[in-house]
Design a protein around this ligand. Structure first.
Ligand SMILES: [Zn+2]
Length: 93
């Protein structure tokens, strides 16, 4: 990581990870909740919308830290893959 990207002794990757840490926890909580409600379609759809809002907020925070759009998109994709877990396919990101 080039020193020009370091600030507060943390590289950009680490600052991004730290900035969305609480949202990743919230995302994981909602994801588990949705799995519990799998049998109830209305609940699953509602929780799905909450998950989408959390993901939007993660994207907004990353954009604040990363001015370059492509780099911000890559970092968001990485955070979402980590949040959703490897067994889930990423769509529309
Ligand atoms: Zn780092």
């Amino acid at each position: 990581m080039p020193s020009s990207e370091a600030r507060d002794q943390l590289c950009l990757d680490c600052r991004v990870r730290r900035s969305v840490a609480d949202l990743r926890d919230e995302h994981a909580r909602l994801w588990r909740k949705r799995e519990r409600y799998r049998g109830t379609q209305a609940n699953v759809q509602q929780i799905g919308r909450q998950i989408a809002r959390v993901e939007d907020r993660m994207g907004a925070r990353i954009k604040e830290l990363v001015p370059n759009e492509r780099q911000a998109a890559d970092l968001l994709r990485r955070e979402l893959e980590a949040a959703r877990g490897q067994r889930y396919r990423i769509k529309g990101v």
